[in-house]
Write a protein that binds this ligand. Structure first.
Ligand code: SAH
Ligand code: SF4
Ligand code: F3S
Length: 446
């Protein structure tokens, strides 16, 4: 049996995979530790979406070569998207690595550990298309917010993106399974769920097509949300990431009409230029994107939006970049993840397009968008002063022990003075008294 340390890079689906894996390993008698130095097995659940996080992991594991020389019993495994992408090639780069497992084969790890314990080395298991994520439904406990993976993989093949290559084709879990998992988490104390999928709006589509009853007017995700809305004791439902190409009116009506669905929507746009959107193979135009946002606003006026943006996509001109800036000014995002384009080998963009925007120019564009974002958010936070928000109490503030912290329905962090008679998981009205760049501060109103 191993004592293992598991470190996760990348997206929330990876975090969820890690949680399920850690449950699986515990069920096999292995013991998780919080300190790397206390472990005899180090596991790295990795991300391939950009070069930077990949280099970080390679550097990190590279440094472990010496540690391993001093402790030959120490085993190291690299799992997840990088494992999927690079497979056994990784042993040439990192000869002291013991095993590599892709994102679809996590259930193989207990068996691999037996082989490793018996002295085998350099095991690589990277077949894609398994149903691991459908069967890995264990949770460590009941976090206030439980992550629930509902669809794995992506069929969109945006020209820059490695995810379809690392996560394979779309596969959705059974609705009944998901409802069961959510109910179990709520019974254990969760009050909020975050539904996860690389393209969550494609939920159920591949299965319906295969079964011959696909209806483009239907939204299987909307049906799922409606069923989750009925679960007693569940207060908030969030989901990420939806894709505009897969949104229809049914879906929009559901997310606006269901009261537990939080009206803070993360809708990745990537670019404000139609030419770039096309080159990215996003499958929607700027007009279609804006139309969906306006439609949501018209049905739920309080709705707020966040997004993902890539700057410096191959061939992006200054004028095209400025269209993205224009879009940001129009939508007034509450939050945005802004990325500098990073070439991923194996993708269409890597094969057919030249990464011709200089690193310096990418940094500049990134900075311009960040400044725009910060200004909007600061103004918006100030506008909350005097308002009363419903806050889900999350716990003691990490920065200041005399404060509670929680979040509003629209995902704003709200801090307020410590009172004894309060429990994690309660909903309270908090009147906002001041704001900062990142948070709101207020007091409970009785
Ligand atoms: N499925 C989601 C995105 C998943 S990847 C969607 O379609 O919106 C998360 C984000 O990483 C993407 O939204 C994109 O902004 C960014 N990203 C993906 N590939 C990238 C690349 N090659 N270079 C820079 N950013 C990238
Ligand atoms: Fe990648 Fe596009 Fe799929 Fe999102 S929709 S995961 S960006 S290929
Ligand atoms: Fe990264 Fe894989 Fe998620 S590439 S973003 S960890 S799906």
């Amino acid at each position: 049996m191993f004592t293992f340390y598991l470190r996760t890079y990348g997206c929330q689906m990876n975090e969820r995979d890690s949680e399920a894996l850690s449950c699986l390993l515990s069920a096999h008698g292995h013991q998780e530790v919080e300190e790397e130095s206390a472990a005899d097995l180090l596991l790295f659940n990795t991300c391939s979406v950009r070069e930077q996080p990949e280099l970080k992991v390679l550097g990190k594991i590279g440094l472990l070569k010496r540690a391993k020389r001093g402790r030959p019993e120490l085993k190291i495994g690299l799992i997840g998207c990088m494992g999927q992408r690079l497979g056994a090639e990784l042993f040439a780069l990192l000869p002291h690595l013991d095993f590599v497992v892709g994102s679809d084969q996590l259930r193989e790890i207990p068996g691999i550990l037996e082989r490793i314990a018996a002295g085998e080395r350099h095991i690589a298991v990277t077949a894609l298309g398994g149903d691991d994520f459908m069967r890995l439904s264990e949770h460590k406990g009941a976090d206030l917010c439980s992550y629930i993976s509902i669809i794995q993989g992506c069929n969109q093949f945006c020209s820059y993106c490695i995810v379809p290559h690392t996560r394979g084709r779309e596969r959705s879990r059974d609705m009944a399974d998901i409802v069961r998992e959510v109910k179990q988490q709520v019974e254990r104390g969760s009050r909020e769920i975050l539904l996860l999928g690389q393209n969550i709006t494609a939920y159920g589509i591949a299965e319906a097509k295969r079964a011959g009853h696909y209806d483009p007017e239907a939204s299987y995700l909307a049906e799922l949300l409606a069923r989750l809305e009925e679960i007693e004791g569940l207060w908030r439902i969030r989901f990420t990431s939806p894709h505009v190409r897969y949104m229809n009116d049914k879906f929009i009506q559901a997310i606006c009409g269901l009261s537990k669905v939080c009206k803070a929507f993360h809708i990745p746009v990537q670019s404000g230029s139609n030419r770039i959107l096309k080159a990215m193979n996003r499958g929607y135009t700027l007009e279609e994107y804006v139309h969906r946002v306006r439609q949501i606003k018209s049905l739920a006026s309080e709705a707020q939006f966040s997004t993902d943006i890539i700057v410096g996509f191959p061939g992006e001109t200054v004028a095209e970049f400025e269209q993205t800036l224009e879009l940001m000014r129009e939508i007034k995002y509450d939050m945005a993840y802004i990325f500098r384009y990073s070439t991923r080998s194996g993708t269409k963009a890597a094969e057919n397009m030249r990464d011709d925007v200089s690193e310096e120019e990418k940094k500049r564009r990134n900075q311009v968008l960040l400044e725009e974002l910060n200004q909007t958010v600061e103004k918006r936070n100030q506008a909350y002063i005097g308002q009363s928000l419903e806050v889900l109490v999350e716990g003691q503030s990490k920065r200041n022990e005399e404060r509670w912290t929680g979040r509003s329905q629209l995902n704003k962090v709200v801090n307020f003075p410590w009172v004894e008679s309060l429990n994690i998981g309660e909903l309270r009205q908090v009147k906002i008294l001041r704001s900062s760049a990142n948070s709101l501060y207020g007091e409970i109103v009785e």
